[in-house]
Write a protein that binds this ligand. Structure first.
Ligand SMILES: Cc1ncc(COP(=O)(O)O)c(C=O)c1O
Length: 415
């Protein structure tokens, strides 16, 4: 066994977070607060487009598309969604590449942007795939983290933005990262980064010649006003790269569709890489999406987003409300977008959040993700996802009751 494992590349250097999640999900939970997937439906019109493409055009849909994606699809996507809904101007075919999910494109970006010995800056906490991806395949990259939450789970880019930005600039100066990557709305904090802060970060990174990467996978699910930076691209800040996914916004999770928008030279490099390792994004999905966007106005698309936003907002309120009823003065982070509530459990009778999550899965068949999977700052916290239960909010209360019971009965669990 040792011999064979030595025959492999050091592929995944830090899989602890992923492993914890896998173990908890494999307990076959009845109530799932663990999943980072929304349970709303894709637009009915889009389902019908898939049906039509399969019925009438299956042969064409089963062929390779260009590595960058089908050009007509990309043009219509830019016209109806990027420009039509978000007012993003000046995105040509040379500035966009389609891919099989943003996970794959993000890993590709790390590969082309980061060289041996480079630093990369992520928030603490951050989406747990970033550090794994940045250091994968033997990439010798140093991961730096900037805390975005304090002890009381306040979101520092909002509650202490000046100090946060000063900290940010100081880290940029001292570690000279090649790239900064944030998600907004964020996973796991479910916070929408404030517009002024993101713009300042674009300016600071530009000044220090670092790439600024915004992962906008949860873009449509913001509960307050739409952030102004949704309209920005590399024409505003040449170092700005944005990552987009159909997984959350259109609930196409397993169908794998995503894209990246950036300067031409970034897209060219990514295309070169994708050509070698992926060859072609899924043609059927692109054809169905092309048909869908051709037959939809920006208003209709925005209407679909708005409907889901309201659903997620209500569901998030059910979850925070239930936690406040079930627990005395809980320390939690109220979402301003996205899928998640962060709950602090430090102070209860458990050794750590991983042990608690495992106990909850085993005893109460309720899945949550230990906060430490996302970074040190969330040691002793949990990420509770309300997205899998967006169509069954009544289950949330039951899950919270089980969670509270496990917290209260804490003594002896780890013996
Ligand atoms: C911040 C963030 N980016 C990307 C993804 C993955 O998206 P995709 O399905 O496009 O690979 C997730 C999934 O949870 C996420 O939370």
């Amino acid at each position: 066994v040792i011999w064979w494992s030595k025959m492999m590349m050091p592929l995944l250097k830090k899989p602890e977070g992923n492993n914890a999640i896998r173990a908890i999900m494999s307990a076959r939970p009845e109530i799932n607060f663990g999943g980072g997937w929304g349970n709303h439906q894709a637009p009915e019109k889009l389902r019908a487009c898939f049906e039509e493409v399969v019925r009438n055009d299956f042969h064409a849909a089963s062929r390779y598309s260009k590595t960058k994606g089908n050009e007509r699809f990309l043009e219509v996507l830019v016209d109806r969604l990027e420009d039509g809904v978000y007012g993003r101007k000046g995105i040509g075919l040379e500035n966009i590449i389609s891919g099989n999910g943003s996970t794959e494109l993000t890993a590709g970006l790390f590969k082309i942007l980061l060289q041996k010995g480079d630093s990369v800056l992520f928030s603490d906490p951050c989406y747990l795939n970033y550090p794994t991806q940045a250091t994968m395949e033997g990439q010798e990259v140093k991961v730096q983290r900037i805390p975005i939450l304090d002890e009381g789970l306040n979101f520092l880019p909002r509650t202490g933005s000046e100090a946060f930005l000063a900290d940010f600039e100081q880290i940029i100066e001292s570690t000279a990262p090649r790239a900064v990557v944030i998600a907004t709305p964020d996973n796991p904090t479910s916070q929408v980064w404030p517009s002024e802060v993101v713009e300042k970060m674009c300016q600071i990174t530009l000044k220090h010649r670092a790439w600024m990467v915004l992962d906008l996978s949860y873009r449509s699910i913001h509960f307050g006003e739409r952030p102004e930076y949704y309209g920005l691209n590399f024409r505003n800040y040449e170092n700005l790269i944005t990552i987009h996914s159909f997984s959350k916004d259109f609930s196409l999770l397993g169908l794998r569709a995503a894209y990246v928008i950036a300067r031409e030279d970034v897209i060219e490099q990514l295309e070169h890489l994708e050509g070698a390792r992926n060859l072609s994004p899924n043609t059927l999905v692109q054809m169905a999406l092309l048909k869908f966007f051709e037959g939809s106005t920006p208003e209709e698309i925005e209407g679909y987003f708005e409907e889901n936003r309201q659903k997620y907002l209500k569901t998030s309120q059910v979850m925070t409300g239930a936690l406040r009823v079930a627990l005395p003065n809980p320390t939690l982070l109220v979402p301003t977008g996205g899928f998640y509530v962060i709950l602090k459990i430090a102070g209860y009778d458990f050794r750590n959040d991983v042990e608690f999550a495992a106990a909850l899965a085993e005893r109460e068949k309720t899945a949550v993700v230990p906060g430490s999977a996302f970074g040190k700052v969330l040691d002793g916290s949990l990420r509770l996802s309300y997205a899998p239960l967006v169509e069954q909010p009544e289950m949330i209360e039951e899950g919270v009751v089980r969670l509270a019971r496990t917290l209260k009965n804490g003594v002896g669990f780890h013996e």
